[in-house]
Design a protein around this ligand. Sequence first.
Ligand SMILES: Nc1nc2c(c(=O)[nH]1)N[C@H]1C(S)=C(S)[C@@H](COP(=O)(O)OP(=O)(O)OC[C@H]3O[C@@H](n4cnc5c(=O)[nH]c(N)nc54)[C@H](O)[C@@H]3O)O[C@H]1N2
Ligand SMILES: Nc1nc2c(c(=O)[nH]1)N[C@H]1C(S)=C(S)[C@@H](COP(=O)(O)OP(=O)(O)OC[C@H]3O[C@@H](n4cnc5c(=O)[nH]c(N)nc54)[C@H](O)[C@@H]3O)O[C@H]1N2
Ligand code: SF4
Ligand SMILES: [Mo]
Length: 691
Amino acid sequence: MTSTQVRAACPHDCPDTCAILVTVENGVATEIKGDPDHPTTAGVLCTKVARYAERTYSPDRLLYPMRRVGKKGEGKFERISWDEALDTIAARLKPLAQERPEAILPYSYAGTMGLLQGESMSLRFFHSLGASLLDRTICAMAGATGYKYTIGGSVGTDIEQFQNAKLILIWGGNPIASNLHFWMRAQEAKRRGARLIAIDPYRSLTAEKCHQHIALLPGTDSALALGMMHVLIAEKLLDEDYIARYTLGFEELKERAAEWTPERTAETCGITVEEVVGLARVYGSTAKAGEPVAIRLNYGVQRVRGGGMAVRNVACLPALVGAWRHAAGGVQLSASGTFPSNKPALQRPDLLKKQPRTINMSTIGDDLLKEASPEFGPKIEAVIVYNSNPVAVAPESPKVAAGFAREDLFTVVLEHFQTDTADYADILLPATTQLEHTDVHLAYGHLYMMANNAAIAPMGEAKPNTEIFRLLAARMGLDDSCFRESDDEMAAIAFRKDDERAVHFDWESLKRKGWEKLNMPDAPFACGNFPTPSGKCEFYSAQMKADGLDPLPAYIPNYESQASAPDLAAKYPLAMISPPQRNFLNSTFVNVQSLRAAEGEPWLDINPDDAATRGVNHGDMVRIFNDRGSFVCKARVTDKARKGLVVGLSIWWKKLARDGKNANEVTSQRLTDMGRAPTFYDTLVQVERAV
Ligand SMILES: Nc1nc2c(c(=O)[nH]1)N[C@H]1C(S)=C(S)[C@@H](COP(=O)(O)OP(=O)(O)OC[C@H]3O[C@@H](n4cnc5c(=O)[nH]c(N)nc54)[C@H](O)[C@@H]3O)O[C@H]1N2
Ligand SMILES: Nc1nc2c(c(=O)[nH]1)N[C@H]1C(S)=C(S)[C@@H](COP(=O)(O)OP(=O)(O)OC[C@H]3O[C@@H](n4cnc5c(=O)[nH]c(N)nc54)[C@H](O)[C@@H]3O)O[C@H]1N2
Ligand code: SF4
Ligand SMILES: [Mo]
């Protein structure tokens, strides 16, 4: 028997990007564990990826190319050869590519975060055809944009410093579920005497374990941050020296913050004046005492109309109190901007002969249903989906499903499994998993470049995304030499070797070692050096003004809330949020039996008061509805959901739910204030007992 250990990296859309050791015996992956030597992984994988072998070897894996034989959405397919699959696709795409290439649309997101199996060969292919571009906004664009205006780029506090903080605000995140290795650091900080405060409308698994939980109304974080600024300024809990040297626009900010008295803030946020004042005081006075105060800011705050502004306002706080002076102070939203990746070399935008139109992935429901017009351009006639499951994850799902059901739409799906989206494919292509292909990864929650070595041979006839696009390029007659580059050759150019952050390694050494930390200062903004236009933390942003936005921190109410839309709220009085489940990763893993069993079935958490007025008892089936659609699930009557809020942890495969629907039946396609991102948590609904 031969047994080897292969160094791998977790491919999922999770900030932790864990280092993995795969034991391979006689060509079979027999054990998957976290690398004990990797500082943030520390030998621990989450419940989901600990089951990665179960997922890879699942009897439900797609192993052969298939052609649809039933109706769209029905999910009936028959096996065909790779030749037939590629010929069929080329025959459909070739005339479009010649006559109106923008009628072809790639649709992809972060099923894998790998730089190769994500966007490399795929975009070379679509750029060469002149296909529509896809604006990949569905997750992080609102926050990334708000953060960029303020701080300058996606750079923040290193996760490896958080255990030294004295106060940690966990703001709009549930790390026990979705950022486990950060939670391990926060726990260590707690053991060393730090105070943890969760800011979240819902008593999440994490909020339950913090010293304090501030349950504000969804979408009111901007107001809370402004109220904190008001108190910090009024009570002189500021680092005046830091403000003078390294920030821009303090005088203007002062005026704006003056409007946000604790009373107004408390009313807007649906919390008490004591909570507002207390939060500002503990933040400001801990910093004033010379101790590090840190914020883990996450995505929960940005899935509402004012999501970009919410991130911006919170990102202003560390500069006011000088928290950036400490390595363990400041804020972390995403570390992705720290990495010197070389996307142009991988994706080759220079292959575009002219600039095609851009389709926003968050409005795919509307866009698939649009006819050709001068404003829109050609109707979308072919969609190639990979690394994504839009029929389950995109907002306003009834429209997304109607779009994919169009008889005149040609759909190709590259997948591991027959997802809700795969059911609509004309041609379904089997893709390899992370155990079966090579990749190189950056992270958005730590500072290590990661290598993934293939551990086992591809299952069945599955192929890596890169190889599928290489083959398609050949079938389409694209002969640029870039289509002959191997995965190993692309990995070698995936990050810039001339960048001082990455001078100490190359692909050869990275794949042997598995991971390598970037050269970065411990406290990136201790002496300013913000990558903004002014080099300062910008309380006032001229760029925002130029972009038609309020240049100062502001409060932008939700599209849908009791306060901002009283007429709508009369019909649909409850705010619904649908954040991630612990045992799923977006819609990935929902089909893994053991993980689905752990979650049981789709639940809706509803406050006892709201349940009582509707005659809903714990365990009843309820219907959640608004003008966009409805879905059914089981009610869990619990005060984890504050009054007026219902929580449907997501994202279920629609076909594995009782009524074939999930929370995205009722979410809207409206976009955020900045970043063109979706507003999943800006949703009013009504709930009734289902009969
Ligand atoms: N297990 C697991 N891990 C995941 C994922 C998953 O699906 N499952 N998804 C991955 C992805 S794609 C992402 S983007 C990240 C997301 O990472 P996080 O942003 O940490 O996501 P959540 O765990 O949902 O935490 C969001 C929290 O924000 C709260 N929230 C909702 N609305 C508001 C609001 O208006 N204000 C505030 N303050 N809080 C609000 C929710 O109740 C929830 O507890 O996680 C990644 N990791
Ligand atoms: N209601 C609601 N909706 C949401 C959210 C929410 O909180 N609430 N969160 C949103 C967020 S933050 C995000 S990021 C999106 C996530 O949306 P998606 O990025 O679409 O994520 P997944 O649902 O995990 O689907 C990824 C698919 O890629 C496939 N895949 C994985 N690796 C590979 C590969 O190597 N090759 C190929 N061909 N396929 C692969 C997986 O099998 C899986 O089916 O969902 C969004 N939707
Ligand atoms: S999903 Fe996140 S926590 Fe789980 S193994 Fe992957 S990177 Fe680590
Ligand atoms: Mo995401």
